[in-house]
Design a protein around this ligand. Structure first.
Ligand code: VG1
Ligand code: CO
Length: 544
């Protein structure tokens, strides 16, 4: 083996965020930048020599080049075998599935998720551990520490591997196996859902659906599952070929960016069901005919109806949601007599709860839902879950949702994002807010009185690890909440996220536009944090 040891110097900005290291493509293309980070992963872990690793990405620009570099570094560092998705394609949930199925020591997903791609867009690297989930904080911290002191990396001098042909080759002593990107994931989905009933629904000639892959990674998965396996007509999947620049779009499944789908579902003769997924396939948006399901409500509905689905027939051990996610799932957990855990933002905090079987379903307000079937959120899994429920209940999405609200009440919810804010100003806003925390309790703002205020801190109930400063919460006596936090996935300046929630038990008041029903809280959020003054922006850039 011709292993080269290359001298390098540290980059001081390689701290992983909410979900891996995300930077502009041009940053990752700097000499040694990607190599330093990959070598730091190997330097921070133990006992992987001779073992299997999984590798793939969402197909964005620089995916193929990065895969070739990582394969040669894995070979030089003593990895035994790498299973890589054909053409470099593996969605985040598929990677998690494959890591678990083949007992790999871990995996690398190349993705910046919903961030735009292309030469001027973003790139990202996520490291997942043996349970298939995102590396927990103690692992990402160890990687970061290694990036600060790295002085060399190892890489095999070899020619590129053919990524487009299934089968096995050798790279030095390491086996490289190009695997079907879809097969293992599809098999897992078949084991969880009633495909017979979903197929009946999709072929009954009445029910129509449409799914938008946004030119990103879920295209091949959606074609194989919905059109080939479940009998939906071809054309059901929109934008189903992964493109390096996602067609110039933002592969983020929400009402703002999934506009092709929104036009169809809110247009003339709209289909019954619509869904979209993000760049790396872990997010989902669910729509009915002229109807939007908020992600927090989606988690609540899946939990309330889980026993209708074969894989969850025996019920749930618990539910977990990220702190800013609405409290709608808590109400279902209370009714079911199970625990509902509140974790910091980011899927890595769910791993321990799932491993310990304390939670079966998990979700985040940011269009992420998942379960113990893998250790990542899973966009197409959520779509299949919804279809399975609809196939059993034979109800339109809107009716299902309204009946849910009737039983549990409605948690009106919205998130306001202020993107690309100057970082100093954003930090100033958060520190000023933090300084107010001790004085807020008991304060009155119009109809609202503050019951508590804190900077959310989480103690993992399984390993006792503590994560502090996870978002500033202001809770009111009627159960309404305002939460502020800075994003950990952006690559330019800072993004301030403000999460707003109120609860309405009265079903005669379930028809309001959330922006209208939350209007007073929105005004309070601005007053307390001086958002417009301190950001210099008069309105949010994205409202979901
Ligand atoms: C965002 C979301 C968070 C999600 C994370 C990764 O993080 O808010 O809920 O887990 O993205 O999702 P932040 O720090 O920007 O708020 V993905 O699909 O981008 O991997
Ligand atoms: Co994603």
């Amino acid at each position: 083996m011709d292993i080269k040891t290359v001298a390098t110097t540290p980059f001081l900005d390689q701290k992983p965020g909410t979900s891996g290291l995300r930077k502009l493509v041009s940053v990752f293309q700097k000499p040694h930048y990607l190599e330093n980070f990959i070598q730091s992963i190997f330097n921070s872990i133990e006992n992987y020599q001779g073992q299997t690793m999984i590798l793939g990405g969402d197909g964005r620009y620089y995916n193929r080049q990065a895969i070739q570099i990582i394969l040669k570094m894995a070979a030089a560092n003593g990895v035994g075998r790498v299973k890589v998705g054909r053409s470099g394609i593996l969605s985040t949930p598929a990677t998690s599935c494959v890591i678990r199925k083949y007992d790999a020591f871990g995996g690398i997903v190349l993705s910046a998720s919903h961030n735009p791609g292309g030469p001027d867009g973003d790139f990202g690297v996520k490291y997942n551990i043996a349970n298939g989930g995102p590396a927990p904080e103690k692992v990402t911290t160890a990687i970061y520490e290694c990036t600060k002191v790295i002085d060399q990396y190892k890489i095999l001098a070899a020619s590129d591997v053919d990524l487009d042909t299934l089968g096995e080759t050798k790279l030095g002593d390491m086996a490289v196996e190009v695997i079907d990107s879809v097969a293992d994931y599809k098999e897992l989905m078949e084991s969880l859902f009633d495909f017979y009933r979903i197929r009946e629904l999709l072929t009954d000639g009445k029910f129509r659906m449409c799914i938008d892959s946004m030119h990103a990674v879920t295209g091949p998965y959606a074609h194989a599952l919905f059109e080939e396996r479940l009998g939906a007509p071809s054309g059901t999947v929109l934008n189903g070929t992964p493109l390096e620049d996602f067609g110039g779009g933002h592969p983020d499944p929400n009402l703002v960016y999934a506009h092709d789908l929104v036009e169809v579902l809110f247009g003339e003769d709209a289909p019954d069901f619509g869904a979209a997924s993000d760049g790396d396939g872990d997010r989902n948006m669910i729509l009915g005919r002229r109807f939007f399901v908020t992600p927090s409500d989606s988690l609540a509905v899946l939990a309330a109806n889980a026993t209708l689905v074969p894989g969850y027939r025996d019920g749930l051990t618990g539910i977990a949601r990220s702190m800013p996610t609405s409290q709608a799932p808590d109400r279902v957990a209370a009714e079911l007599g199970i625990d509902c855990y509140e974790t910091p933002t980011g899927w890595k905090f769910f791993g321990n709860l799932l491993d310990a079987d304390k939670a079966t379903l998990c979700g985040e307000e940011s269009f992420g839902t998942g379960s113990n079937h893998i250790r990542e959120k899973d966009g197409l899994w959520a779509v299949l879950f919804w279809l399975n429920i609809l196939a059993v209940k034979q109800q339109p999405v809107e009716q299902l949702m309204r009946e849910h609200w009737q039983k549990y009440g409605r948690n009106y919810y919205s998130r306001h994002d202020y993107e690309a804010v100057d970082s100093d100003r954003a930090n100033e806003l958060i520190s000023k807010l933090r300084a107010q925390i001790p004085d807020l309790q008991g304060k009155k703002f119009g109809n609202y009185e503050v019951e508590y205020s804190d900077d959310f801190s989480y103690t993992d109930p399984v390993d006792g690890s503590v994560s502090q400063n996870q978002g500033i919460r202001i809770g009111f006596t009627d159960g309404s909440r305002i939460v502020y936090r800075l994003s950990g996935t952006g690559t330019q300046g800072a993004t301030l996220r403000i999460y707003l929630e109120s609860y309405e038990p009265d079903s005669s008041k379930h028809d309001l536009d959330p922006q209208q029903s939350l209007a007073e809280l929105i005004a309070i959020a601005d007053e307390v944090a001086q958002v417009r003054t301190l950001t210099g922006m008069d309105k949010p850039t994205v409202i979901t």
